[in-house]
Write a protein that binds this ligand. Structure first.
Ligand code: MG
Length: 290
């Protein structure tokens, strides 16, 4: 087989998972989770976000978390930033990689960032420039790459147009996100076929949510087409804050398991990640209001 059989899984639970849970766990517990994840073979962990604490109180301690984690050589510790100010804070915390958050839907972009898609991308220009100059990797999430909670299905043409603009920013990794988790494998195939013309498929990352229970099937469709980078959240963290117990991000352990079954290597210990996911869920439920 000519295609690489190695799959890179980015653990986004500490950022995307915890950001979307009602309960807030303490800094020390977050550090413990990240330190444990560092010892599972994972090579990339999205640790936190340098965003406004009043907007995202769950991640207000980003600097403290970064100051306290034990960095394992070979592991990339990334953080989400919304703008240059966030980048400054991230750099001060010696973050290894930056994530930016764009959308393929205007309504979602307005609702989430109070800015149009074009305004958001314009705001990213100096961030990507500086990161590229520093040699610091940048990933750009394209949320609503399949559907939008306000507008419904999003066309592959609309996504392609945003991807083109994102690639024009500089050296970036494009991460296509099914934010509301409604994709079926055929949607993922159509999307990837369109986007792979703009950016080689092995450079793309997929970020799936398991709202309908089809995230694993979608991941498999991606694998079969050549995607080798996926996001997962331990324990499937990140359910909708208004629907307790609702499925969240694709669970990292399920993703790893499926990769193994299909003969792909991840280098990550599935059992350990699953155990850390259980701990995270326990921490969250013990913090939840009765
Ligand atoms: Mg997510």
């Amino acid at each position: 087989m000519s295609q690489s059989q190695h799959v890179v899984v980015t653990e986004v639970g500490p950022r995307d998972g915890l950001q979307n849970e009602c309960a807030v766990i303490c800094t020390q517990d977050k550090v413990r989770l990240v330190d444990q994840l560092s010892n599972t073979g994972l090579t990339e962990i999205e640790v936190s976000a340098f965003v406004r604490p009043d907007r995202v109180p769950q991640l207000a301690d980003a600097s403290d978390v970064f100051a306290s984690i034990e960095r394992r050589p070979g592991v990339i510790y990334s953080a989400l930033v919304p703008n240059e100010r966030g980048l400054d804070r991230a750099l001060a915390s010696q973050v290894d990689k930056i994530s930016l958050f764009a959308a393929a839907s205007e309504s979602f972009s307005q609702a989430n960032t109070n800015a149009s898609i074009a305004e958001t991308l314009h705001r990213f220009e100096p961030v990507v420039d500086r990161c590229n100059q520093l040699g610091m990797p940048v990933r750009v999430y394209i949320s609503c790459a399949v559907a939008c909670p306000y507008e419904g299905p999003v066309s592959v043409e609309a996504v392609a147009s945003v991807v083109e603009s994102v690639l024009a920013l500089g050296q970036v990794e494009v991460d296509l996100a099914d934010t509301i988790g409604v994709a079926e494998p055929d949607d993922i195939r159509r999307l990837l076929e369109k986007i792979a013309v703009l950016d080689p498929i092995e450079r793309l990352a997929l970020h799936l949510h398991d709202t309908k229970g089809s995230a694993l099937a979608c991941a498999q469709a991606g694998l079969e087409l050549g995607v080798r980078k996926f996001d997962g959240a331990m324990g499937g963290l990140g359910g909708c804050p208004f629907a307790p117990g609702a499925p969240g991000n694709l669970a990292t352990e399920s993703l790893l398991q499926r990769c193994n079954e299909l003969g792909f290597a991840t280098g990550v210990d599935v059992t350990e990640v699953a155990g850390i996911g259980v701990q995270a869920r326990d921490m969250l439920s013990s913090e939840e209001d009765p």
